[in-house]
Write a protein that binds this ligand. Structure first.
Ligand SMILES: C=C(O[C@H]1C=CC=C(C(=O)O)[C@@H]1O)C(=O)O
Length: 401
């Protein structure tokens, strides 16, 4: 365990020596937070802006903040202030990664996940149009991976970096309850907010279809998504929420390309590019990320109601999954991503997460299958069968318990 607790009550709560505190490799660039990293005093979303100001007051030249905001705005974040940031590219490759004696256990079981989706749909059906009615809820499930040897995060990062449409990331998290070092690692396709000078950009995704190996079936999957009213409704709520949140911060804000079908190597999504200009060019990217989080791409509509239902219907705490990961320099420039398609990794064990947006018209087993497909990119990067997350879904469809 390499995190040393310090006595300081100000910016530095813990130090990380000669390790990677955070790394990002994707279309918005490559950032590596490494060297001696001091943890920004952990706190909740409410105190974030003040803590970021304090941290940069104490920072040396060229230092940067990077890390993870948890899904729950009332839970402590994990942000590192790095002595050095080396913009050296992380080599993207397909290094072999052969885990021995691995097992995957769904938690919750697919049947229970489908039951929770059905419950959410019943709530929506029972209150259409009522004030405060539930319109959308994102429900997640997890897979626990156990292996004979420690999961090699650097090799995994390199393999995740092979998909140019996603940003591969790793963030050092507070240690696991057993004291083991813990990291959040994945490849997210969803840009929550990027800020350079006064320019601000967001690229929300919501509405999904699984990619197919056969090119004709693959094109049909994309065409089906483009025509799906359910997916467009699911998507529009995210765009509206982001526009509503960013409007007070911006002097102009627009969606120049409208909503389009976009893809990763394993999924089709609906995406909308949102561009704006900030009134105050010094607003830190991480503060904008925190203001936007949680969007209905990971939470729901209305937000607070959805957060309560997520706590009730999901048996596993989200922790840093579906929060935000990213980096920010002293000018406030940086990029923050929605922390999806990721796993919390600790030694020989990892917990993989995947969620799906539920709106009226969703079907429980289709949502279970969608989450199964969303595990695919990470499973493949781990050297495991990409469709392993679909196993429970197929068994249920075949009527096998
Ligand atoms: C919550 C996740 O995906 C979000 C992002 C894109 C599409 C989504 C969907 O179609 O449900 C989700 O809103 C996840 O991958 O865990």
């Amino acid at each position: 365990m390499n995190i040393r607790l310090s006595d300081s009550t100000s910016a530095a709560a813990a130090r990380l020596d000669a390790q990677i505190a955070f790394a990002f490799n994707g279309p918005a660039g490559c950032v590596l937070g490494r060297g001696t990293a001091a943890q920004v005093a952990p706190g909740t979303a409410r105190t974030l802006a003040a803590r970021i100001d304090d941290a940069f007051d104490e920072a040396g030249p060229g230092q940067m903040i990077g890390g993870a905001l948890p899904f729950d705005r009332a839970a402590p974040d994990c942000l590192w202030l790095c002595d050095t940031t080396a913009p050296a590219p992380i080599t993207a490759g397909t290094e072999a990664l052969a885990l021995r004696d691995w097992s995957l256990t769904p938690e919750p079981a697919v049947r229970d996940y489908a039951r929770s989706v059905a419950q959410a749909l019943e709530i929506m059906d029972g209150e259409p149009g009522a004030p405060g009615a539930l319109q959308k809820l994102v429900l997640a499930r997890t897979l626990i991976l156990r292996a004979a040897d420690p999961i090699p995060v650097s090799a995994l990062m390199a393999r995740l970096g092979a998909d140019p449409s996603a940003t591969a990331f790793r963030v050092q998290l507070p240690p696991a309850p057993d004291g083991q070092s813990r990291q959040l690692c994945g490849a997210t396709p969803e840009l929550l907010v990027e800020k350079r000078g006064a320019r601000v950009l967001s690229h929300p995704l919501a509405g999904s279809a699984r990619r197919q190996i056969d090119p004709q079936l693959d094109r049909a999957a994309a065409a089906g998504l483009e025509k799906s009213g359910k997916d467009h409704r699911e998507h529009a709520m995210v765009v509206e929420a982001i526009l509503d949140t960013l409007t007070p911060w911006c002097r102009d804000l627009r969606c120049p390309e409208g909503t389009r079908v976009t893809s990763t190597r394993s999924m089709w999504h609906l995406g909308t590019r949102i561009e704006g200009r900030l009134k105050d060019a010094e607003t830190p990217a991480v503060v904008l990320a925190s203001a936007l989080h949680p969007t209905p791409a990971v939470g729901g509509v209305p937000t607070t109601r959805a957060e309560g239902l997520i706590r009730t219907l999901e048996p596993v705490a989200r922790d840093f999954y579906a929060g935000a990961v990213g980096w920010c320099d002293a000018r406030g420039d940086g990029a923050w991503y929605v922390a999806i398609r990721c796993a919390e990794i600790s030694g020989r064990q990892a917990r993989l997460y995947a969620g799906a947006g539920i709106v009226p018209g969703s079907e429980p087993m289709a949502e279970a299958a969608e989450t199964g497909a969303k595990f695919g990119a990470l499973l493949a990067a781990l050297g495991l069968p990409a469709d392993a997350g679909l196993a429970g879904v197929l068994r249920m469809e075949e009527g096998v318990n």
